[in-house]
Design a protein around this ligand. Structure first.
Ligand SMILES: *Cc1c(COP(=O)(O)O)cnc(C)c1O
Length: 372
């Protein structure tokens, strides 16, 4: 028997996750410097300086195993969120929370309902357990089709995932439609709402899923320190859910899944309100700027409540940008061959992107200044 034959068929058949191209790799390939990466929804301001300082101080302690219960972080975050300490589960990034959910409820024969296009990790974790992903297409406006998702639930459904805001479209669902959806769901499925971008949301009718947990056990909210707090590289995220569901997730995780530096960084970042506020302000300005300028170039976009924007730039634009040292995320893997996802960058990065796009598309990048 070959090694490949030893591998479980559902693992052998997995399509690997394709991450955003690292800047170092692009610069090596093109022999350039000063490339910019607007591909992975990272915080363009960098991490909270307080988090960096906390990690520096903790570095001398990394010969010790971390606090497996994340006691200090649990205490602070539960107070902040108004939930009990037993309602929190920490993971090595939100991605690990997805894996833990998969591990405790998904197996061969099970179905998991999620929208598509949505977060690329969903099919990976679902198929990785041998379960079946039931992909419900977004509406024409690239919003979750919650009625169709509720209708897709069968007695084989174990989990329904809702990504709000949705990655890669940036679109959201509001409280009224979400409530209707929840009422249509049977109680014996896990409802997992991925709120990786909730801090960036502007609409005031954003669903308050945490308050739903008393009424509907089996509801889980996923959040991360990777996006607003700029801690993507140290890996920490968490789940908020009812204490019983949390107790099963706790059983499935490795005892030291959150490393020592990640815990202190997250703790410090929560206290750095200035960094969080500046991040949100810069993002809001960036989304508005990109939306206006992309429209000016005749490029269609979708209303984004996150830190990225989906844009229909036309085919080949990904490669053209790449050769100019600008990394965005191609969407061909989702069947969207004319679209790219652009993460909001620093103001000068956003401007460079727009200027380069204008040149690629043969527009005058500075229309107001053109001589007649
Ligand atoms: C970034 C992201 C996550 C979690 O990322 P981690 O870095 O693993 O915390 C989860 N869901 C969505 C939709 C994301 O975009």
């Amino acid at each position: 028997m070959s090694i490949a034959e030893l591998i479980k068929p559902h693992i052998r058949d997995l399509a690997p996750y394709v991450p955003g191209k690292p800047m170092e790799e692009l610069e090596r390939e093109l022999g350039i410097s000063h490339s910019i990466k607007l591909a992975s929804n990272e915080n363009p301001l960098g991490p909270s300086p307080k988090a960096v300082e906390a990690m520096r101080e903790a570095a001398g302690e990394i010969h010790r195993y971390p606090d497996g219960a994340s006691f200090a972080l649990r205490k602070k975050l539960s107070g902040r969120l108004g939930v009990t300490e037993e309602q929190l589960v920490f993971g090595s990034g939100g991605d690990e929370i997805l894996e833990l959910i998969a591990k405790i409820v998904m197996g061969p024969g099970d179905e998991v309902v999620y929208a598509w296009p949505s977060f690329a990790m969903y099919p990976i974790v679902v198929k990785g357990m041998g379960a079946k992903g039931v992909q419900v297409p977004l509406t024409e406006g690239f919003v979750h089709d919650l009625d169709a998702m509720a209708a897709a639930v069968t007695d084989k459904t174990r989990v329904v995932m809702v990504c709000n805001p949705n990655n890669p479209s940036g679109t959201t669902v509001g409280a009224a439609e979400f409530d209707r959806f929840v009422r249509a769901l049977p109680d014996d499925v896990v409802l997992a709402v991925d709120e990786a971008y909730f801090e960036f949301v502007r609409r005031d009718d954003y669903p308050d899923v945490v308050s739903l947990m008393d009424r509907r056990p089996g509801t889980l909210v996923l959040r991360t320190f990777s996006k607003i707090y700029g801690l993507a590289g140290i890996r920490i995220g968490y789940a908020i859910c009812d204490a019983e569901l949390a107790s099963f997730l706790e059983r499935a995780r490795h005892p030291f899944n959150v490393n020592r530096l990640a815990e202190v960084a997250a703790l410090a970042a929560l206290d750095d309100e200035d960094h969080a506020r500046r991040t949100i302000e810069m993002n809001t300005t960036g989304i508005d700027y990109l939306t206006t300028e992309l429209h000016r170039l005749g490029i269609e976009t979708w209303p984004s409540e996150a830190n990225f924007i989906l844009a229909r730039t036309g085919g080949q634009v990904f490669d053209a940008l790449l050769s100019e040292g600008i990394i965005v995320r191609p969407m061909a893997g989702f069947g969207l061959t004319e679209h790219v996802r652009i993460s909001v960058g620093l103001p000068e990065e956003n401007e460079r992107l727009i200027k380069t796009l204008a040149e690629i598309r043969g527009h005058d990048p500075f229309p107001g200044e053109a001589a007649i």
